[in-house]
Design a protein around this ligand. Structure first.
Ligand SMILES: *[C@@H]1O[C@H](CO)[C@@H](O)[C@H](O)[C@H]1NC(C)=O
Ligand SMILES: *[C@@H]1O[C@H](CO)[C@@H](O)[C@H](O)[C@H]1NC(C)=O
Ligand SMILES: *[C@@H]1O[C@H](CO)[C@@H](O)[C@H](O)[C@H]1NC(C)=O
Length: 277
C-alpha cells in the first residue's frame, strides 16, 4: 500500500505540471436575470460565429459563460453562472466552462490560475463539485470524509490486488456515488495502470458481483482522465459512441471491465477505492 501511494503521488505531481485548458459545455442560463444584474462582469463583441465567440475567451480569460446570439458574442464572468442558475444542457444555447481554472504552476505564466487553497467549481452535473488547489499543483476535491477509516476491512471495504475496495450495490447517480465514497475518505475506483482493470471481473466474481459500476473517471479535461490524474489509455476503453458527449466513466461488465461513458444522472452500482487510512 505504501508503494501504491507513492506511485499515485508521483502521478499526481506529474499531471499537475501540465494541467489542461478548460473546455466549454453547452448550457441553459437565464439571460434575463443576468442582464438585470449590472454588477456582473460583461462584454459584448460583434463576431460572425459562435466559434469566434469561444476563441475570444482566450483573450478574455475571465469569461466563464458565453451566449452567441447570431451576431454578438456576450461574455460573462464566473458570478453570472449562479445568477443565471446555469446548468449544463446539451441543447442549451449558451456555453459555460466545465472546468473553470487551472491549478497554480509557476512554470506556466497563465493569467487563469487557481492559487493554492483556492476553490473552483466543476459544474458538469446538477450538483457541482468544489475543487481545491493543493500544494502539489493539482486540483482535487476537498476531503469531506465523515467516517475516518483506520484500516482496510472496516465498513465493508475489502482488500484486493487492486487496493482497498468497497462494492456498493445500491444504484446511485455519479455525484451521489462519488459522495458516498468520499464519506469514507475514499473515492470512486480508478486503476493505477492500464492493465490493472482486467483483474476486476475475477475480483468481483469472488464477491458474487457483476454488472456496470461507476468508475472514477471524468471527461472534464476534454478526454477521459482517471481521478488520479492519469489519462485513460485507449486499451482501457470500450463501448464509447463516436462523438459522445457523456462526461462520466463507468466500468462496463463486458470486455473485462473496460471504461465506458454515461450521463451523470444515470443510476448505477459503484466501486470505491480507499488509498489512505
Ligand atoms: C428568468 O428570470 C426572470 C426574472 O427573474 C423570470 O421572470 C423568468 O421566469 C426566468 N425564466 C426562466 C425560464 O426561468
Ligand atoms: C435541457 O433543456 C431543455 C429545454 O430547456 C429541457 O427541456 C431539458 O429538460 C433540459 N435537459 C436537462 C438534462 O436538464
Ligand atoms: C476543505 O474544506 C474545509 C471546509 O470548507 C476547509 O476549512 C478546508 O480548508 C478545506 N481544505 C483544503 C485543503 O482546502
Amino acid at each position: 500500500m505504501v508503494l501504491r501511494l507513492s506511485l499515485l503521488v508521483s502521478v499526481l505531481v506529474c499531471v499537475g505540471a501540465t494541467f489542461p485548458e478548460r473546455i466549454w459545455e453547452s448550457c441553459v442560463t437565464n439571460q434575463t436575470k443576468i442582464r438585470a444584474n449590472t454588477a456582473l462582469q460583461q462584454k459584448s463583441i460583434a463576431v460572425s460565429s459562435e466559434r469566434f465567440c469561444v476563441a475570444l475567451t482566450i483573450v478574455n480569460d475571465w469569461a466563464d459563460l458565453l451566449c452567441y446570439d447570431g451576431g454578438t458574442c456576450n461574455l460573462w464572468g464566473f458570478d453570472a453562472l449562479s445568477v443565471g442558475e446555469t446548468e449544463v444542457n446539451k441543447t442549451g444555447a449558451c456555453k459555460m466552462t466545465a472546468f473553470l481554472k487551472r491549478c497554480v504552476n509557476p512554470s506556466q505564466p497563465t493569467a487563469r490560475r487557481l492559487f493554492v487553497g483556492e476553490g473552483s467549481f466543476e459544474k458538469t452535473c446538477s450538483n457541482g463539485y468544489k475543487y481545491t488547489c493543493y500544494d502539489d499543483g493539482v486540483v482535487r476535491l476537498n476531503d469531506t470524509a465523515r467516517v475516518k477509516m483506520t484500516a482496510c476491512g472496516e465498513h465493508g471495504f475489502i482488500s484486493t490486488s487492486l487496493g482497498c475496495l468497497l462494492i456498493v450495490t445500491t444504484r446511485l447517480t455519479y455525484s451521489a456515488a462519488r459522495q458516498n465514497c468520499m464519506d469514507f475518505g475514499a473515492d470512486l475506483f480508478y486503476p493505477n495502470a492500464a492493465q490493472d482493470v482486467t483483474q476486476l471481473s475475477s475480483i468481483l466474481a469472488a464477491y458474487a458481483s457483476s454488472g456496470d459500476f461507476w468508475f472514477g473517471a471524468t471527461k472534464f479535461t476534454g478526454s477521459f482522465t482517471w481521478l488520479s490524474g492519469r489519462k485513460v489509455e485507449s486499451i482501457e476503453i470500450s463501448g464509447f459512441s463516436a462523438g459522445s458527449l457523456e462526461l462520466f466513466g463507468k466500468g462496463k461488465a463486458d470486455n473485462h471491465y473496460k471504461l465506458s461513458d454515461d450521463d451523470c444522472e444515470a443510476t448505477l452500482a459503484s466501486l470505491c477505492l480507499a488509498t489512505t487510512f
